[in-house]
Design a protein around this ligand. Sequence first.
Ligand code: SAH
Ligand code: SF4
Ligand code: F3S
Length: 477
Amino acid sequence: MDLTRLILNNTAEPDKTRVNPSFIESKIKNDKKVYIETYGCQMNYSDTEIVLSVMDEFGYNETTDINDTDVILLNTCSIRENAEHKVYKRLDDLKKYKVRNPNLVIGILGCMAERLRDDLLNKRKIVDVIAGPDEYRKVPHLIDNTIETGEKGIAVKLSRVETYDDITPLRREGITAWISIMRGCDKFCTFCVVPFTRGRERSRSLTNIVNEARRLNEDGVKDIWLLGQNVNSYKFEDNDFSDLLREVAIAVPEMRIRYTTSHPYDLSMKLLETMAKYDNICNYIHLPVQSGSDRVLKSMNRLYTVEQYLNVMRKSRELMPDVGLSTDIISCFPGETEDDHKMTLDVISEVRYDGAYTFVYSPRENTKAYYLPDDIDQETKTRRLDEIITLQRKISVEINKELVGKTKKVLIESLSRKSDDFYMARTDCNKSVIIPVEPGHVSSAGELVIKQQYKIGDFVNAKINKANSATLFAEVI
Ligand code: SAH
Ligand code: SF4
Ligand code: F3S
């Protein structure tokens, strides 16, 4: 017997579960727990908050205890092979929970759900529910149906209109929040799965985004990230991304505003000018270059030349002298020669990034680059990546050491991951700064002298005493 029933979406319009008359009934009926793990980019973390909000309306409450839950969801990433391996490995781990509790429902959300639906459905017996990034309104229905009938549920249709604009994400406490401003990507870089897993670009209403920022401000959030795969192609009515950024900056002047990710082709001078004009828009730009070779960039379909990219970097430094700059680099794209690789190292030396995320090219089925021969041997791959990382680390250390002795305004974001005796704070240009929780010192008479009290969410002036490639260490003055 085929236990699999495909739940098909016949329409491109999202069905608004919020006005579903069965809502009240469902809420009363369900008092269940859902545990969710998130992999991949910030968009996925932001989507998890949307899923939790949809689930909450149907009586599913989040739990952080995997041993005591009715549903386990993995919100997954497909960007590179190892991202998918991690989830497959995790699915193997989850078998033991299903053995312990045969009624447990296991669901796969996100980009792998979209890309690997057949494999997940047919080869991974423990997966009950599969929902792609544009189908999150259906997740509670799919789960309810699985619980009631034992049938598997799948919903993976991509939409041209779904932005979840009307859903208030269920956020965890904290002073930082994400706001998704757009979904999908139309760029089709030849190496990338995102246009296939997240579909076409679409933007949320400017007014709703501004109102969400205002609400977060009232809730005590101090730092917001505007998110999209390519925020620079945000377009709503006559407004582009710099219009949106300006409106948010004016609406919540006491909040820090950041965004990610930008594509160099769409980054306008108007955006740089807007960033420079408003103090609360952080002077930080993450602008993936991917390669320093025009030939490789062309083969990647990145739509810019190295010179055009460097001009954007120069202009941003001209307008914002202390701007923080970071990038993404793919090493060993098919056909990359030793000369191409050296050109990438040259761009790193020229820009002097504060930081870089570097990856070895990972072939992804169905992308254009997949059909190019992955022709670089493993030893060369390891060496080139290592050279990029070593050079970038050296530059990051040099830049950070120049900050020793200087004072920076930082926002205290959380306790440090390594010790409760320290806070993790961040500079405007996105550098992590570790400061002691207890601002006092012991006097010569042996008494603790408290100079000043500060807490998470406060802006303080921090004098940098020490630095390595990733972190600054400071005291509050
Ligand atoms: N939308 C963003 C990036 C999303 S993916 C942008 O365009 O900038 C994040 C990074 O993963 C990319 O910038 C790229 O450096 C890397 N990446 C994407 N596909 C990859 C692949 N097939 N192999 C290796 N790295 C990849
Ligand atoms: Fe992928 Fe390119 Fe779109 Fe970024 S811009 S998500 S790398 S296709
Ligand atoms: Fe991964 Fe999908 Fe984000 S592939 S990087 S989770 S858009």
